[in-house]
Design a protein around this ligand. Structure first.
Ligand SMILES: [Zn+2]
Ligand SMILES: [Zn+2]
Length: 400
């Protein structure tokens, strides 16, 4: 009689952080990995055997920047919306994620935090991807870099507002544009609450980035999107021309960043360039996916469904209503991985690392997840040879 708490994965190519192993085996007991490596005989007699059918056995994805999916945005502020989105992303191979806020009123952001906290407290693997914490992303954006987000929902950080969010204890990634008045105090508070600190939707110059770095900022959201450049700083600061967030991230080995590798936001050569410059341990793949993931092309709202900014999904990517700007991805992490393989031709273990271990390390959860190693959760993907997820296990429980 097989014991449902013991799983033995076999007949697949195992993706580890620094290598791949042909014809590998993983043994998981009570949702935790006990062994991952070359096939060794015999498997535990009472294990349930899971056949990878000659495909890949890879770690579940970790997404630190994600807004929604299957019609739901985390900013809708309901437990149902959270559940819809985490289930949708699990079907694309994400097993851990950080629901991400956008611009909106303090009440809307608090409703999102509350709904996420309830969904997290009641979570079971059958609900979908595990919620590791909230990414407080909006509302502290620079006015000239709001992108597709509602402009009147952005503001400068104030202690009274962000302390309410931090005191909810669910925020674990915190974004603020470095040039905003009050940004230093925001970073300080975020650090005190143990957050991973990032700068995004910002037109910051080198000096402001250096200052933010001293306060603990170590990451920049979606590289090349809604961030400063030498040219944008010339408009803001005049001459002599100044170094931007781009130069700061590329020059500083402690800084990480992320790319939206959906094939629509950034060309293959930019994706390859980011990988060459930062390497697999400082570059994360994120979906930054909106509610339009797995939905038909059409008009959708970014953020709260009642008053968020409209955008268009053309079936490949989100675009602003005027068609000029990009408005987030509509892809799951599996597509990001496939596009990175094409764009970089990098070893597969490096590509998977950027979608799993690297984000887990950056936010401080790598002891629990992010790679298939003994002692970590059995968050396991089986993918076919073309890297489409076939089966998804979260803590040893299969998502169906
Ligand atoms: Zn953004
Ligand atoms: Zn975003």
């Amino acid at each position: 009689m097989p014991n449902p708490s013991i799983l033995a994965f076999r007949n697949g190519k195992l993706v580890l952080p620094n290598s791949t192993v042909e014809d590998a085996v993983i043994i998981a007991r009570n949702g935790v990995i006990e062994y991952a490596g070359a096939a060794k005989a015999p498997l535990p007699k009472d294990a349930i055997v899971v056949d990878a059918r000659g495909g890949f056995i890879a770690p579940g994805f970790v997404d630190i920047h994600v807004h929604g999916g299957e019609g739901a945005d985390f900013m809708d502020g309901t437990v149902q919306a959270v559940r819809t989105a985490i289930r949708c992303h699990a079907m694309h191979g994400t097993t851990t994620l950080f629901p991400t806020t956008t611009t909106g009123t303090p009440e809307q952001i608090e409703a999102m935090l509350q709904a996420t906290a309830i969904a997290k407290a009641q979570w079971t693997p059958q609900h979908g991807a595990r919620i590791a914490g909230v990414h407080l992303y909006g509302p502290f954006f620079a006015p000239d870099k709001v992108g597709c987000h509602r402009l009147d929902g952005r503001r400068d950080p104030t202690r009274a507002e962000y302390n309410r969010y931090f005191n909810s204890k669910i925020v674990s990634v915190a974004t603020c544009a470095a040039e905003l008045p009050g940004a230093d105090a925001f970073y300080k508070a975020a650090r005190k609450h143990g957050c991973f600190i990032t700068c995004g939707h910002s037109n910051a110059n080198w000096t402001e980035m250096e200052r933010a770095f001293r306060y603990g900022m170590r990451h920049v959201d979606h590289f090349w999107c809604a961030m400063s450049s030498v040219v944008s700083l010339r408009t803001r600061c005049g001459t002599p021309m100044q170094a931007s967030m781009e130069q700061f991230v590329l020059a500083n080995i402690e800084m990480s960043t992320e790319v939206i590798a959906d094939g629509c936001h950034l060309s293959d050569e930019l994706l390859h360039f980011a990988f060459r410059m930062k390497g697999a341990s400082r570059l994360c793949l994120v979906t930054d996916s909106s509610r339009a993931l797995d939905m038909p092309p059409g008009r959708y709202r970014f953020g709260d469904n009642r008053d968020g900014e409209w955008f268009l999904s053309d079936g490949q990517v989100g675009r602003s209503i005027d068609g000029n700007g990009l408005a987030s991805s509509i892809a799951g992490m599996d597509r990001m991985v496939r596009v990175m393989v094409r764009a970089t031709k990098a070893p597969l273990h490096d590509i998977f690392r950027m979608a799993s271990l690297t984000p887990a390390e950056r936010v401080g959860i790598a002891s629990e997840c992010g790679s298939l190693e003994p002692g970590k959760r059995a968050d396991i993907l089986l993918l076919n040879k073309k890297l489409h997820p076939r089966r998804v296990f979260i803590g040893g429980v299969e998502m169906i």
